[in-house]
Design a binder for this molecule. Structure first.
Ligand code: FPP
Length: 224
């Protein structure tokens, strides 16, 4: 049986859910946040050490300003309300992606990371303004700056996900079958699960089913 250390998730389908049930994409994001909370709890129950969540991509800036503002307001309230709970549950928060938001958001993100830095049970990598290609360029530039050689170890070392194992599995909800510039290097040997349900409908039972399926997969890494 495979053990699960690191789960990565593309939380897709909020907009469609919101339009279908509430006539508003933003209300889909609000509902999606409830699923985030459920999956964090279920990850702790399953003794998962690393959870990487794709919350906002470098391409998501193309969305209407109203939707972007709504998402960042949700994020702000989430962090303001949850950090003490994160500390109680020993959850560490790390932002992956370029932190070039408003000063208010940047300060809140830095403060949230700092406040949870010593926590050990679960590390949540929250991908914000994240794009895998720009992360790789960032890594290569750091290798050059530090006069190191280009090899797998050094490329991994300078990624935002440095010092943690690559994801064992990737889950993408929303019945869409693509990687959307997410963790292209780190997912090289991950098992990929495409889930039909939209993110707000995804629940602990669906998550556990995927984890059980993953545990039984024979992983060959190119061998036979
Ligand atoms: C993708 O669905 C989802 C996002 C771009 C945002 C993800 C945000 C959340 C789950 C809630 C907020 C989370 C935090 C941590 C504050 P989509 O909008 O692309 O859905 P669609 O494909 O149906 O349009």
């Amino acid at each position: 049986m495979n053990s699960v250390k690191h789960v990565a998730i593309i939380m897709d389908g909020n907009g469609r859910w919101g339009i279908k049930y509430k006539k508003s994409r933003n209300l889909g994001h609000k509902e999606g946040l409830k699923t985030v909370e459920k999956i964090i709890k279920a990850s702790i129950k399953n003794k998962i050490k690393y959870l990487t969540l794709f919350a906002f991509s470098t391409e998501n800036w193309k969305r209407p300003k109203k939707e972007i503002n709504f998402l960042f307001n949700l994020l702000e309230n989430f962090l303001l309300n949850k950090i003490s709970e994160f500390n109680k549950k020993s959850i560490k928060l790390k932002i992956i992606g370029k932190k070039n938001f408003s000063k208010k958001i940047n300060d809140l993100l830095n403060k949230s990371e700092k406040k949870t830095i010593k926590n050990k049970k679960l590390l949540i990598n929250l991908a914000l303004n994240y794009g895998s290609k720009s992360e790789l360029i960032h890594s290569f530039n750091n290798i050059i700056k530090n006069k190191k050689s280009i090899n797998e170890k050094n490329i991994s070392k300078y990624l935002f996900t440095q010092n943690i194992p690559d994801p064992d599995l990737l889950i993408r909800t929303g019945n869409t079958h693509r990687l959307s510039n997410f963790l292209l290097w780190q997912l090289a040997y991950s098992e990929i699960f495409f889930e039909k349900k939209l993110w707000p409908d995804f629940n602990e039972k669906d998550y556990n089913k995927i984890l059980e399926k993953f545990k039984k997969i024979k992983r060959n890494y190119g061998n036979i």
